[in-house]
Each structure stands twice: as C-alpha cells, then as structure tokens.
Ligand binder design. Structure first.
Ligand code: AMP
Ligand code: MN
Ligand code: MN
Ligand code: MN
Length: 276
C-alpha cells in the first residue's frame, strides 16, 4: 500500500488541477490517495473520479486552517462526505476573511519595498476564495524578490516574519466536529511545523484526544527524517494512529513528490486501515 493522504491542487494553493494531481500520484506509484485542499472541497469530485478511473483507491479529504493558542495549525479530515452541509458551511466561514487578509498582506509587503503584491499574487490564484501566502510567494519568486518560495517564507511571510499578518482561523473543536459530522477522521497535519513548547504540545494533543481525534501525520513532506522518528514516538506515547502524505503543491516547492516518502514505522497503526 503506497498511501499519500495529503496534497494540494489549484482549488487551493497547488499548481495542478485535481485530475493532473491524480495522474501524478498514480505515476508516482500511489495506490491510496487523498486530495486535501485547504479549507475547500471543490476538487473532490474530479479527484475521486480521476483516481478511480486510474485504479487508485480514493479517500475524500480536506486540510482545515485552525488557530490554537494564537498559532496556526492544520487539521486534515480524511474519509469525509464532501456533501456534508455542516462541513461545507464551516469551511465557507473559514475561507471568509482570506480576501481582506490578503489585501493586508499586500499593504504590509509594500511597506517592505514590495509594491503591488496583492495584484501580483492574484495572477497566481485559480480560486478567488482561496488566496493564500503561497500565491504571494510565487509572485515574489517570479518578480525576483526571492530565490524560492521557501526563501519567501524564511524572509517575509513565515509566521512572525515582517510581512506576516496574523489571522484568526477556525477553532480546533469546530474543525474536528465538522470532520466528524461529515463521517471522517481528524488528523493533526505536520505537527513538527508548530512552534509550541513541550507543555503546549502536550495540552494540544490532550485537547485533540478529548475532542475525539485519533491520528497524526508522522511521515510527511513537511517533516525531516529526524521528525519522522520524533513524531513516531509521539504516536506511540499518545496512542495515535499514523498518517503519511507528501503535502505536494508544485514541482520544486516541497521536499518530496507524490508517492515517494518512506513507509511508516511498522509498529504504528496506519490511520487508513479503517477504510480498507
Ligand atoms: P495560508 O493558508 O495563506 O496561511 O498559507 C499557508 C500555506 O503556505 C501552507 O499551506 C504552505 O503551502 C505554505 N507555507 C507555510 N509556511 C511555509 C514555509 N515555512 N515554507 C514553505 N511553505 C510554507
Ligand atoms: Mn499550502
Ligand atoms: Mn499544512
Ligand atoms: Mn498541506
């Protein structure tokens, strides 16, 4: 089983349409796939139909933006019903505010010597509801301000950097309950990316478990190999099931391509077994 349960299309901040991401996953050897666009289900039908035509198993997915203890975390929902009105309405509320935030990012970047970034970022956006920092990053690379999207986040747009504009996303309890209302399982995305203290991490994991959360990503394109080991230990300590996903957005933007990550440590329980 080559499961890749985290990636993005043009419906959020990926570079390829859902059908093209499906073809790339299949070409990369993926046999169980989920498209998990940020805060948006618009690609699910195309993703599933293309995946199934190619002979891949498919799980409907989403990645929800959450604010917990003043920091942004991402919660992936897997095996969801993409027609759930509770989930659809919750995601619509989460997306609202992205446009105003993007204008504020544009104003902030102008004060840093990067004029017209909002207009520039819009040229990279396919879904106007889903303008994200990634689109600003692509504009800044194309315009020569930075050498890579990673460089943009390191110097300008990463959390707390000079071009960063704080934003209030969904509550953890709401995101998990929308996923559960849609019949899915909530998974903590790339825990290694969050800048929490050990005490905060323990409280975060405990609250997630209280809400009914059962799984975390362990092997993800957003973790280093050291972090695979670190979060495998977290999974053992908290009794979490484990997930695996590339977090693919575009060639050259992430560390790994679809289907190419190492397998989960063999003693961990894969979250996807419940759907097989
Ligand atoms: P947003 O939802 O607009 O805050 O944008 C978040 C997106 O920016 C993430 O889903 C990633 O695609 C990208 N991103 C965030 N932080 C980084 C980082 N440090 N390096 C590269 N990409 C990042
Ligand atoms: Mn993204
Ligand atoms: Mn994420
Ligand atoms: Mn992602």
């Amino acid at each position: 089983m080559n499961a890749d349960l985290h990636c993005h299309s043009t419906v959020s901040d990926g570079q390829f349409a859902p059908a093209d991401v499906a073809r790339r996953a299949h070409a990369g050897g993926v046999t169980l796939w989920a498209l998990t666009d940020h805060d948006e289900l618009g690609g699910q039908h195309e993703a599933r139909s293309t995946a199934e035509a190619l002979g891949m198993k498919y799980l409907s997915g989403v990645e929800i933006s959450v604010t917990w203890a003043s920091r942004t975390v991402h919660i992936v929902g897997l095996g969801i019903d993409p027609t759930s009105s509770v989930l659809i309405d919750g995601l619509a509320r989460t997306r609202s505010g992205r446009a105003a935030r993007a204008e504020a990012i544009g104003e902030q970047l102008a004060t840093l010597g990067v004029p017209n970034a909002y207009e520039g970022a819009l040229k990279f956006v396919s879904n106007p509801d889903m303008i994200s920092r990634t689109h600003f990053a692509r504009f800044m690379v194309e315009s020569g301000y930075c050498s890579s999207t990673q460089d943009v986040f390191t110097r300008y747009l990463g959390d707390g950097k000079a071009g960063f504009v704080p934003h209030r996303w969904a509550r953890l309890s709401n995101a998990v309950s929308w996923i559960q209302a849609a019949g899915g399982e909530a998974v903590i995305a790339h825990p290694g990316r969050y800048d929490y203290s050990p005490v905060e991490f323990d409280a975060f994991f405990a609250e997630f478990i209280d809400l009914g959360g059962k799984a975390i990503e362990v092997v993800t394109g957003s973790h280093t190999p050291d972090q695979y080991r670190e979060y495998a230990d977290v999974a053992r300590r908290f009794g979490f099931e484990a997930s695996r996903g590339s977090d693919f957005h575009a060639p050259g933007e992430g560390r790994v391509d679809l289907g190419t990550l190492p397998p989960l440590p063999s003693d961990l329980k894969p979250v996807w077994e419940r759907w097989l």
